[in-house]
Design a protein around this ligand. Sequence first.
Ligand SMILES: NC(=O)c1ccc[n+]([C@@H]2O[C@H](COP(=O)([O-])OP(=O)(O)OC[C@H]3O[C@@H](n4cnc5c(N)ncnc54)[C@H](OP(=O)(O)O)[C@@H]3O)[C@@H](O)[C@H]2O)c1
Length: 337
Amino acid sequence: MNAARPSSHPRRVFVIGATGTIGRATVRALIQAGHDVVCFVRPRAGVGGALAPDDSTKLLEGASLRFGDVTDAGSLARDGFRGERFDALVSCMASRTGAPRDAWAVDHAAHVTALAAAKAAGVSHMVLLSAICVQKPLLAFQRAKLAFEAALIESGVAYSIVRPTAFFKSLSGQIERLKQGKPFLMFGDGELTACKPISDDDLGRYLAECLDNENRRNRILPIGGPGEAVTPKQQGEHLFALLDQPPRFRRVPVALLDAIIAVLGTLGRAFPPVAEKAELARIGRYYATESMLVFDPATGRYDAAATPSAGSETLFDFYARLIKGEAKIDRGDHAVF
Ligand SMILES: NC(=O)c1ccc[n+]([C@@H]2O[C@H](COP(=O)([O-])OP(=O)(O)OC[C@H]3O[C@@H](n4cnc5c(N)ncnc54)[C@H](OP(=O)(O)O)[C@@H]3O)[C@@H](O)[C@H]2O)c1
């Protein structure tokens, strides 16, 4: 793994969303670069609240941890910033479910609250982990993210809005199935979409380096990993080759998702919890049919060549390490988005 470059100007950095997949990688990179890192963390963090304060402290070694509630302005000021000065706010925070209510509460409202508290603490630059899919917003969580992006751009604080393509964890969910001799599942012919996946550490370094890199200031930054764009079918073929198994695919029609969405959508009008399930099915459909590449509105097409690359680890390198047992997947509640 490449180390992050030492910063030419180490800063005091306040991090939110530090306990997530990309948050952890970003904290590692910020510390390697020599920044003074303070993470504001929930007392019960991680998937399902599995991390007690001591667990989070071990996970984020090298950073100072403060515990409180980022959705509460009082807690942010009292438990988080504590009246101290900071140079930068880095956020890898995102709704763990993507359900509309949580997305608006976390991806939008909590970010607005955190940015106001950060400004009061002297912060002059915010680095925000967003998502490439907001360029074609059809889902509630995408609209919530875009609303905060707009608020940040308007805020007067310098911004680096990083919109990555797909994460490795979202493309690694089928390995156990294949090891059990089951076929690789893909929507349509497995070539409806493509993406340029980026590793957690490559993305963490990219986010950390936004603090020093003037070219990444006041910019929206779509970013993918190294190499060519890959389709789901290519992912399956590569996994079968690594497992030394003959390729077996099962095509799932997108119409199946449409039927599920229609049923859940209708039921959801009477039963609100079902409406959330309908939104999750819409999220699934989105990723089954939309590529994680830069979208050209003029042509209405996704453009792999126009999607910038960073870092060194490819998805296929990661698959090889996973199969050898040298890497593991950090899958959250919903690893698809
Ligand atoms: N998966 C993909 O392929 C992909 C691709 C591009 C972009 N993205 C974007 O990347 C982001 C997800 O990154 P990730 O996988 O690193 O996320 P993750 O592992 O789900 O972590 C989410 C972080 O946000 C924090 N958080 C969530 N709700 C919170 C709340 N109410 N209060 C305080 N903290 C809260 C979590 O804290 P706790 O530990 O306390 O829960 C955690 O630190 C999303 O914005 C997604 O759209 C994903």
